[in-house]
Design a protein around this ligand. Structure first.
Ligand code: 2AM
Length: 474
């Protein structure tokens, strides 16, 4: 009997996805470039519906047609290398799924490469880390709707479930799936940085690590309930067995990144969409990595001269405000990310359902959070919603939290505590709610030096004017 599904690439994500698919009753063939990994994996899981294969020819021959082949190798050249090797072995209508973190433009290129050969290609973003892959990730598949229909039963059976619905939906054609996975990762960067800023603010107010852990644990019971807030509380509680101190106090403050955040920034720049919170988060990681320079600068450059002297009551009040600031800034970050998806979807003709997208992020993935229910509802109620901030629920939320949010940012500024993401999101909020910005002066400047012309508020739109500005000497 031939198997239902095949997976190539038995690193952690691949192994866990295989176990997940198998656990739903499917027969799975596995292949890994290094054969010893394949054998070890299958030997570790006796009695399961797994078939180890040692050549790609055997792998392909072990699968029922149309074959469903998922590739889980390192993003980039390895994906192309595996596809090259599969090409002579596959037959018409076979389905190739790239489940790695591929850049969406690579996915578009592979789609254009494989489709004319009679193969069906799906680029699927998979989020959830190891545990998600094993127990139920969020899956963001892009490709033809007809191919999605073939894959739907398998994808729905392995995906996480939120509010009774599987956390997988057909996102759109071509690169749409990997594209929204990239945005998911950008939003994840923003969430993580905002949480870190909240932690820094509490730490700077003299709170001990374990006290801060309690605050995050409490927040996870309320509106901020989310995977990232939950793991933050747990991470802050973790004691290092060697020293007896909270482990986070011993972890070096240099953050790495693999590139999906930067890809998001590049795309936002191309689309002329502002994602300032995600931007700040990516830049915060960059600055964190410049540890030696920061240590040197800390000896040379001064901060504020008046230290904070708040008592316990003032500290409790500050913590309550940080909660609101975190929530408001997080809403802005998601609003910016979804605005970018909206813009790109229109640009590409992908027709991405933003409410549907938010709904599959409610489970399995790293950014899963209670408040995604409200995002889902906002787009279900108003499918053509221009901007998430303007949905009644979120407008009310921002109106309720904005005062505390600006007090927290003001506190941070006076105390010299860097809050790049919280303040970037506030700057965005204040810009977008300002009916008249100082761009009138900007236009005057542009007309002054470059005769770029300007429109006037007292004349019909589309009429362009130029002033004969005085000559500037020297
Ligand atoms: P390996 O065990 O043989 O290294 C993550 O690196 C996964 O991608 C691993 O399963 C790895 O296989 C696989 N991988 C990386 N580069 C590859 C390539 N060029 N061809 C096939 N598999 C590759």
């Amino acid at each position: 009997k031939l198997n239902d599904f095949g997976l190539i690439g038995l690193a952690v994500m691949g192994q866990n996805l295989v176990l997940n698919v198998e656990s739903r009753g499917f027969h799975v063939s596995v292949y890994n470039r290094t054969a010893a990994v394949t054998d070890e994996f299958v030997a570790q899981h006796p009695g399961k519906r797994l078939t180890a294969t040692h050549t790609l020819a055997d792998f392909v021959q072990s699968l029922a047609r149309p074959r469903k082949v998922m590739i889980m190798v390192k993003a980039g050249a390895a994906v192309d290398a595996v596809i090259e090797q599969l090409l002579p072995l596959l037959e018409a209508d076979d389905i190739v799924i790239d489940g790695g973190n591929s850049l969406y433009t690579d996915t578009e290129r592979r789609d254009a490469w494989l489709t004319p050969l009679g193969l069906r290609f799906i680029g699927a973003g998979v989020s959830g880390g190891e545990e998600g892959a094993r127990k139920g990730p969020a899956i963001m598949p892009g490709g033809p709707a007809s191919t999605w229909a073939v894959m739907q039963p398998i994808f729905e059976s392995i995906a996480a479930v939120a509010e009774g619905q599987p956390c997988v939906r057909h996102i759109g054609p071509g690169g749409a799936g990997h594209y929204v996975k990239m945005i998911h990762n950008g939003i994840e960067y923003g969430d993580m940085q905002l949480i870190c800023e909240a932690y820094h603010l509490m730490q700077s107010a003299g709170m001990a690590t374990l006290e801060i852990a309690e605050v995050f644990n409490r927040w996870n019971e309320g509106e901020l309930q989310s995977y990232l807030v939950q793991i933050t509380g747990k991470a802050l509680e973790q004691i290092d067995p060697e020293t007896g101190r909270p482990i986070v106090e011993l972890i070096l403050d240099k953050a790495g990144q693999k590139g999906t955040g930067q890809w998001t920034l590049v795309n936002a720049a191309e689309q002329a969409v502002v994602i300032s919170t995600i931007n700040a988060a990516v830049e915060a990681r960059v600055l964190s990595s410049q540890k030696a320079q920061r240590v040197a600068a800390s000896q040379i450059l001064q901060g504020p001269t008046t230290p904070w002297t708040g008592d316990q009551a003032a500290r409790d009040a500050l913590v309550a405000k940080i909660h609101d600031a975190l929530y408001a800034a997080k809403v802005i970050s998601y609003a910016q990310g979804l605005d970018l998806v909206r813009s790109m979807s229109a640009h590409k003709g992908w027709d991405i359902d933003l409410g549907g997208l938010a709904s599959i992020w409610r489970g399995g993935c790293i950014i899963r959070a209670r408040f995604l229910n409200h995002i889902t509802d906002a787009y279900r109620t108003q499918p053509d919603l221009a901007h998430l901030m303007l949905a009644p629920y979120f407008a009310a939320l921002l109106n309720r939290t904005q005062q505390a949010w600006r007090e927290v940012v003001a506190h941070a500024v006076t105390q010299g505590i860097p809050v790049p993401a919280m303040s970037a999101s506030l700057g965005y909020y204040d810009s977008l709610r300002t009916a008249r910005l100082p761009a009138n002066l900007l236009q005057a400047q542009r007309d002054f030096f470059g005769a770029h012309t300007y429109e006037r508020i007292d004349k019909p739109a589309g009429q362009w004017f130029h002033t004969d500005w005085p000559e500037v000497v020297g």
